[in-house]
Write a protein that binds this ligand. Sequence first.
Ligand code: ADP
Ligand code: MG
Length: 489
Amino acid sequence: MRKAVVGAAVVGTAAVVGVAALVVRQRMKRCGKWARAMALLKEFEEKCATPEAKLKQVADALTVEMHAGLASEGGSKLKMLISFIANLPTGDEDGIFYALDLGGTNFRVLRVQLRGRGGVVHQEIAEVSIPPALTGGTSDELFDYIAEKLANFVAEEERLFHQPPVKQRELGFTFSFPVMQTSINSGTLIRWTKGFAINDAVGQDVVVELTKALKRKGVEMRVAALVNDTIGTLARGRYTNNNVYLGVILGTGTNAAYVECAQAIPKWHGPLPKSGEMVINMEWGNFRSSHLPITEYDHALDVGSVNPGEQIFEKLTSGMYLGEVLRRVLLRMATEASFFGDEVPSKLKDPFILSTPDMSAMHQDTSSDLREVDNKLRTVLEIRNTPLKTRRVVVELCNIVATRGARLAAAGILGILKKMGRDTPQEGDRKTGIAIDGGLYEHYTEYRKCLENTVGQLLGEKTASSIVFEHSTDGSGIGAALLAASNSL
Ligand code: ADP
Ligand code: MG
């Protein structure tokens, strides 16, 4: 009996020892997994590092590519497209002008009243979604639809404003698809993107197509300028500050346009414009360089994208991709280091489920217990009960991804300032203006602050005070109307 009790006691002790060992083992395993997660974090951080010296190399590489793209067609990954815009708005434009902004699933019609000296009274009249059937139909169907809406808009305008019908309405057309520009108001469609597939429009002049449709519908409008959102942003910035030389879009995608000396464009064989200047649409999203800090996550994202090997700079910097890079890092940490517990959260496997607005909400969570991080993890990824230290790591990862993107965009801006010879203090106290627009710049405050500070750091104290950032709101709409004004008959 006694023996048995002793035996039981022994068994009991063994069981206690066994449970304790299990607990220790589990703890060690957990510690091991946490250590593994931290190692993945550290490795990612190191690979994303953008020290000043690296950023300057990126800027220099961009400048080299700018030269190559200006020298000959196809001379560089940077298209450096000639916009045919030699005259940006002066701020003295006066009158009523119109814009048609066609960028994807919607188009907008704007009526913009200019009052000279940079004043804008703008009235957005219509935002219309394009019926999906029309995105795969014929060119006539699409442009007839747009012209019909413009006709309605003109009728409504006459009713609302009781204005004497303008003899000739001048329209700026923002068409955000790849176009080979042939003059300020003509250009042929190279290919459709964003799900459009209207085959008979490819190779056609989109302004001719629109103009024919306007005629068919009896709308008196002349397309005075064919532009894209980036050039619109530059024009919008120039209208209020005539020292703006650079326009940047940081939204779903990214692009930049700047004012080049017409004489410094070897591939331009046309007459030199009177202004001596020419706006160049860089299409900088397609920039790539061995100096860019590219990780295995970026590589995998690129390989799985609809345009592998293309738009590499865009994939590191713009709103479409930042959240997706973060998701990929979190997925690896969940898979290899049980970062969110023993099971890998299934939602985390869905590409693009984590948007950049979600990421910025987590990044900018200032609550002590990181409630917004918890909220996003729960609602977007169905991950519950995360400990605070896990949430802190998530914020750290957001910071790494956003910082890299913003600092690279800053390096791009430095490259352009260098090409323009504006990376040193300018004569007098006129500051070089940089007009920026896009949802990423507008809403992701940490990103914007990092971008602006980095440009300042890279330029050095003396030059930093000779540049100024202008948030160029609605460049793609108002900017197009402004260009219609500065290029009106
Ligand atoms: P687009 O570039 O498509 O013309 P926008 O300039 O409005 O459109 O930019 C939209 C993009 O901006 C979104 O795809 C998103 O990536 C980014 N964005 C919008 N809101 C936020 C936000 N709150 N935080 C971070 N990024 C945002
Ligand atoms: Mg836009």
